[in-house]
Design a protein around this ligand. Structure first.
Ligand SMILES: [Zn+2]
Length: 92
C-alpha cells in the first residue's frame, strides 16, 4: 500500500451513472463493516472517512417521537398544561 502508481479505484461510466470499484483491505473493511453494523447501517464498501461521516450524521439526526392524540392529551394533563422547560401555558 502507498506506492506511487498503485491503482486505488476504477471508475466506469455507465448509462445509469458512475460505477466506482475501490481497492479494499480486508482487515480495514471488516472494521468499517463492524462500525456501521453497530448503527444498523449497511456496509457497501465505503471508506473509513465516508463511514464515519454516515455514523456522525446518524448520531446527529434528531429523534423526535410521534405522539398519538391520546398520548399528547395525557402528556398535556401530566404537565398541567404547562411547558416542561419554562412552565408557560401551552396551547392545546
Ligand atoms: Zn417553554
Amino acid at each position: 500500500m502507498g506506492h506511487k502508481g498503485d491503482i486505488h479505484k476504477l471508475t466506469v461510466a455507465l448509462p445509469e451513472g458512475k460505477c466506482v470499484i475501490h481497492h479494499i483491505d480486508p482487515e480495514t473493511s471488516k472494521s468499517i463493516a463492524a462500525l456501521l453494523d453497530a448503527f444498523g447501517i449497511q456496509y457497501t464498501g465505503q471508506s473509513l472517512p465516508a463511514a464515519t461521516q454516515t455514523v456522525l450524521f446518524e448520531l446527529l439526526k434528531p429523534k423526535r417521537e410521534h405522539l398519538s392524540e391520546k398520548e399528547r392529551e395525557e402528556l398535556y394533563e401530566e404537565q398541567g398544561g404547562k411547558c416542561e422547560n419554562c412552565a408557560s401555558a401551552l396551547d392545546k
